[in-house]
Design a protein around this ligand. Structure first.
Ligand code: SF4
Ligand code: SF4
Length: 226
């Protein structure tokens, strides 16, 4: 899931200041889970924008706005309405915003597309409805096979591939005492699995070229291939 938080209303209003007629596009996928851009949040912000003098041309909430196959059937029938709008405001991740822009361009329209949320990373729902936390940084070269299924790249404050750093106190990270030291968690897990030998081997530096941007995946014969 892409985590999102709401931008302050003043920032949204500043972005929309030049425009009167606004279309609000949400996302019923990740943003809905984050309670930032589902149907309810779209309606709530639309009413707030009306109270600030905006005319809402339409509200739409594709199932996953970053997905062209999900968004296009919702937005294409609204082409005339998009034409009428002075700007679109998207309550989704940065990808949702850019796919919305892409689709408007596909419909032959050049419209300002603004973002109402901040994207805060690839998060995982640990306790649905309560906690979402970053477990993976999408490094492109996964080491979980050797770390008992706990990611040191993301959960160690220093992203150490060979740890621990020696600064942990009472099992907590020296950088943030509220968090468990990832490498102690990895040690405990490997011990439980009878795999502590894995700690003896040196993990080579990562190939950071696999994180070079922008990364692209292609679908070939029905499967994703890099
Ligand atoms: S090593 Fe960590 S950051 Fe890299 S892919 Fe695996 S879980 Fe994600
Ligand atoms: S205390 Fe543990 S989690 Fe924190 S930086 Fe050191 S090895 Fe990483």
């Amino acid at each position: 899931m892409i985590g999102t938080t709401k931008k302050p209303l003043e920032e949204v209003l500043a972005a929309l200041a030049p425009y009167r007629k606004v279309a609000v596009v949400g996302c019923d996928g990740c943003a809905k889970i984050c309670q930032t851009g589902g149907v309810d949040e779209v309606a709530q912000l639309a009413r707030t924008l009306e109270a600030h003098g905006k005319e809402i041309v339409f509200e739409a909430t594709p199932e996953r706005t970053c997905n062209v196959a999900k968004s296009d059937p919702i937005l294409k029938p609204l082409t005339d309405k998009i034409q009428e709008a002075d700007a679109l405001l998207v309550l989704g991740c940065g990808g949702a915003v850019q796919i919305t822009r892409y689709l408007t361009e596909q419909y032959g329209l050049t419209k300002p597309v603004k973002v109402g949320l901040n994207s805060v990373g690839h998060l995982d729902t640990v306790v649905p409805g309560a906690v979402a936390m970053e477990e993976c940084s999408d490094c492109g070269e996964c080491v979980l096979n050797d770390t008992g299924g706990i990611c040191p790249v993301t959960r160690c404050a220093k992203s150490l591939l060979n740890g621990p750093c020696g600064g942990a106190e009472g099992g907590k990270c020296e950088v943030d005492h509220n968090r468990d030291c990832a490498w102690i968690l990895i040690y405990e897990r490997l011990k439980a699995l009878g795999e502590t030998d894995k700690l003896k081997r040196f993990m080579e530096p990562k190939d950071f070229s696999k994180m070079a941007k922008p990364r692209t995946l292609y679908i070939k014969e029905g499967r994703v291939a890099s």
